[in-house]
Design a protein around this ligand. Structure first.
Ligand SMILES: *[C@@H]1O[C@H](CO)[C@@H](O)[C@H](O)[C@H]1NC(C)=O
Ligand SMILES: *[C@@H]1O[C@H](CO)[C@@H](O)[C@H](O)[C@H]1NC(C)=O
Length: 262
């Protein structure tokens, strides 16, 4: 009986970690000023009409506190396609394209594209006025459906609205007027989500900049491709090593213990 439970546990755990069919990503930010932006790491070329890992998950960010705290990634996590989301360059690209603005009550309206099952809600958002050094909780006022990050929705767009704290003044980016809104779900294989750059009130970009927004962000992501590819290769090697380690532990007497280190 014990052995049976152990096997079931190992199977579920292994699928949660290795069979990563995941993901929800912020493909759009609709500014009150009419400017459209996208999340950090979003590739305009990613198709949005399917639920397979490749290519549909390629620009979803995985944003894990433990990876941020250990310095493996920045505060906006990483994507499969481009590796670490470099916060400074993503902010610069978004500012150059024109920042979508929060509405007068601080609400930021986003399109959350759920690729597949564990890209569901509820999403939690926080916001940084200082380029990612500090974050404050934002209030989600329109939520993506789901429980524990799970639902049956695939290749579906949901509106996600989060409100920044009253009086917060965005001061980051090259123009000193950007905030980073970061939203993620509680999926075990994630958390999944994205960061987006926004501004509050005046100083916002103009609607005419909207068309160039996603192009500029994509271009910035493209310049990061070479180091990102090396990064991805290193991660792949590490993952393979971790998997061997896990298998040997499951086969051995300490089955289950490996989960502690996830
Ligand atoms: C969802 O939004 C993305 C861009 O944000 C768009 O490309 C896609 O067509 C939308 N999908 C649906 C089903 O509306
Ligand atoms: C927006 O920024 C200004 C400073 O430029 C600040 O005084 C104001 O409180 C902010 N508004 C909101 C809604 O956070």
């Amino acid at each position: 009986m014990f052995f049976h439970n152990l096997l079931v546990f190992a199977a579920i755990s292994a699928s949660a970690v290795w069979n990563v069919h995941a993901h929800g990503t912020i493909t759009g930010v609709s500014g009150a000023n009419g400017v459209q932006g996208t999340g950090f790491g979003i590739l305009a070329s990613t198709p949005r009409n399917g639920a397979l890992p490749n290519p549909f998950e390629q620009d979803t960010s995985v944003i894990r506190d433990v990876e941020i705290q250990t310095g493996q990634v920045g505060v906006c996590g990483r994507t499969k396609a481009s590796g670490n989301n470099d916060v400074a360059s993503q902010l610069a690209a978004a500012s150059a394209a024109g920042l979508p603005s929060a509405s007068t009550d601080g609400s930021v309206t986003m399109t959350l594209h759920q690729v597949n099952q564990d890209g569901a809600g509820p999403y939690t958002c926080d916001v940084s006025a200082d380029g990612g050094n500090t974050f404050q909780a934002a209030t989600v006022t329109q939520q993506v459906p789901g429980k524990f990050g799970l639902s049956l929705a695939t290749a579906t767009n949901f509106t996600l609205v989060a409100q920044m704290p009253a009086g917060m003044a965005c001061t980051a980016g090259p123009n000193g007027d950007a905030c980073i809104m970061r939203c993620r779900n509680p999926a075990l294989a994630g958390p999944f989500g994205s960061c987006v750059a926004v501004t509050n009130g005046s100083g916002a970009g103009t609607a005419s900049a909207a068309g160039t927004a996603s192009a500029a962000v994509t271009a910035a992501a493209g310049t990061a491709t070479a180091p990102a590819a090396a990064d991805a290769a290193a991660k792949k090697a590490k993952a393979a090593k971790a998997k061997r380690h896990m298998v040997s532990r499951i086969a051995g007497k300490r089955s289950g213990h490996w989960l502690d280190s996830q």
